[in-house]
Write a protein that binds this ligand. Structure first.
Ligand code: SF4
Length: 316
């Protein structure tokens, strides 16, 4: 089974279980790492977060010292480049997290609500349907464990898992054997909770004779976890395009299944006039947001927390 099919099938399965799931998200602090699949379990104030906006809230807005009380001059409350701050204000206002007002030609901002404590456990899943073609699996998993950005790290595979496989990967990594046809997960090994509140060691580059690493302190890690959770919340897992081809017949989960290739297809790689089965048509319409809202605690259209309409002003 190809990794794309496997990944989408696993995401659909997790979503049907009611989990907040996303895919292809940056999982590094200083290095480069893309996490295949991410689950964010709701924390104590999840409903408050869901009530603000279905979209990602910008990190700079969350990390600024704008509070929900007195409106503050925007330039006084950001500790980043003004262009980034300005973009963050625009997005935060648009998404109902900030409101702004003009006084004496200056823009003042305040939060519509305190940023909630909404992130519970984060699970990072590495998908490797075929364990006989592991690539740099071991090194990736060692990096994920030593950084400990996610609370748990899991390897998901379609392969039969032997003791030798288990011995080759870090013992903290959980192992799931996922059967996409029957939609079942056989937990071959439970994941060990990782010390997300402590400093972590991030592997930046591994060369034959040396490895470049960087220590990530707890506050850097907390910020990175929040950014990861926000991206997961806003993005979900259906971030692919559907091909403009008659042969694409999405299944009940919205997976872009191709009847000609008899598998899920990635529009950008698989589809177009060069494909032998291509039959031009409008792309199928799939309401992935409704599916996500029905199955998980994510809310597609919350009322928001804005107290009054105040967005007509612009920066000066
Ligand atoms: S373009 Fe080819 S791969 Fe894509 S949906 Fe059509 S038949 Fe399938």
């Amino acid at each position: 089974m190809r990794e794309f099919d496997f990944e989408l099938s696993l995401c659909a399965h997790l979503e049907r279980e009611g989990r907040l799931v996303s895919r292809q998200l940056g999982g590094a602090v200083y290095g480069r790492r893309v996490l295949d699949t991410v689950i964010v379990e709701p924390g104590p104030e999840f409903d408050e977060r869901a009530a603000i906006t279905p979209e990602r809230l910008p990190a700079a807005a969350i990390e600024s010292s704008v509070g929900p009380g007195r409106a503050r001059y925007w330039k006084d409350v950001f500790d980043c480049h003004p262009d980034r701050a300005e973009r963050a204000v625009e997005l935060a206002v648009e998404r109902g997290f900030f409101e702004r007002e003009r006084r004496g030609g200056r823009t003042y901002v305040r939060q519509t609500t305190r940023y909630p404590d909404w992130v519970g456990e984060i699970v990072a899943i590495e998908n490797k349907p075929d364990l006989d073609r592991p690539g740099d699996l071991e090194s990736q998993l060692r990096t994920d464990v030593s950084l400990a950005l996610a609370d748990r790290v899991v390897l998901a595979t379609a392969s039969y898992v032997t003791g030798a496989h288990l011995n080759r990967i870090p013992e903290e990594v959980g192992v799931w054997r996922f059967d996409a046809d029957s939609g079942t997960i056989d937990v071959r090994r439970e994941a060990t909770p990782l010390p997300t509140d402590d400093a972590g060691v991030e592997l930046l580059e591994e060369r034959p004779v040396r490895a470049d690493v960087r220590i990530v302190n707890p506050s850097e890690k907390a910020r990175a976890r929040r950014r990861l959770a926000e991206r997961a919340y806003g993005k979900g897992w259906r971030s692919f395009d559907y091909p403009a081809c008659e042969r694409c017949a999405p299944d009940s989960d919205g997976i872009p299944y191709c009847q000609w290739k008899d598998r899920a297809v990635r529009e950008s790689d698989d589809c177009g006039p060069d494909c032998g089965g291509y039959d031009e048509d409008d792309p199928p319409t799939v309401d992935g947001e409704s599916l996500r809202a029905e199955r998980t605690p994510w809310r597609a259209d919350p009322d928001g927390r804005r107290r009054r309409q105040s967005g007509l002003d612009r920066f000066e």
